[in-house]
Design a protein around this ligand. Sequence first.
Ligand code: NAD
Length: 392
Amino acid sequence: MINGELRTAAPIRWAMVGGGRGSQIGYIHRSAALRDRAFALVAGAFDLDPERGRAFGVDLGLDPARCYPDYAALFAGEAARPDGIQAVSIATPNNTHFAIAKAALEHGIHVVCEKPLCFTVAEAEELVALSAARHKIVGVTYGYAGHQLIEQARAMVEAGELGAIRIVNLQFAHGFHSDAVEETNPATRWRVTPAFAGPSYVLGDVGTHPLYMSEVILPHMRIKRLLCARQSFVKSRAPLEDNAVTLMEYDNGAFGTVWSSAVNAGSMHGQKVRIVGSRASLEWWDERPNQLSFEVQGEPARIIERGMPYLHPAAQADDRIGAGHPEGLFEAWANLYARFAIAMEATNTGDAERLSSIRYPDVHAGVEGVRWVEACVRSADAGGVWIDYTCG
Ligand code: NAD
């Protein structure tokens, strides 16, 4: 049970790059990092526009001297202070992630990075090597993966309650970009522009979220090969896709699909994970995150509720408010941020045992997302062919 007590010796001195006024994801990072005082926000380069970023930092209550015009000034300025930052979160458009993460690691700063970590597997592996060489962690914000019922699903699969896993049915398919909203919305415009978004739109923007959740729930399974088809229903988005379907064969004979979409008209979020075994299935949906459906063949479906004493201990550990009250995105993200903080502290103190007891979306999870997108794009652009796939 989480009561707001510190889980590290002190809050980690933390900055943000991006996530400025009006950004989509900035507040969620701050809310998650600050919720249980795992982090203390002390500096930032919040905006592409230096003046707007400085004003925003001041409005957040920061020392104006620690509101920097850009990330290079942030890392240099903080390195010169005895109380400089220990960690940074990167919440900027995709094209900047690699350069900012690399610079942070080179300055000896722990990183929390938005997905996708970068554009290519080669870049991702450079970050893996750099984080190892500098003894710094890289966390990736696959936010809902911090939800307690994902832990419950993992425990139930591990206990064999589903039988042998046969089908992995994943989707993140919302409808918000069914029209060319990018004509008036800058946050959508960069998402459909290859120079800013990278080689894909929805595969990287939404598909990697349920993919990572499936990696948490099914740690014993590896994708063997995949086939992807992608479409641009709003034609001006080509070559980037606003809809994609990926088929995946696993090394244990299971079969998976991922539907990634921004044109699922009428759908709010549509992030669902359904795991089908030989005996039973589990289904979780981020719009009703407090309920996990457990469906045994031949029996009435059971609804497993968050916060109940019958849950696996790993699914109770991060509970804050007990059952019945809804928890969701903010708490799931805060659980991830708490794990990032513990991993950072354990790395700083060389506590290998504590570090290995914490599971979080780490740099390797970031690499897998990039690898999966790269393979999907390769398959789709070759006309939808099977691609051999090697997980890291
Ligand atoms: P956005 O366009 O709404 O906001 C981007 C912010 O970054 C703005 O404040 C902008 O001024 C600032 N910025 C841009 N370039 C900068 C730079 N070089 N230095 C400093 N600040 C800079 O974008 P968004 O929707 O908030 O997305 C940001 C990132 O978060 C993207 O990588 C996106 O994929 C990711 N994202 C993740 C989730 C999730 O669930 N994990 C959800 C939404 C967005």
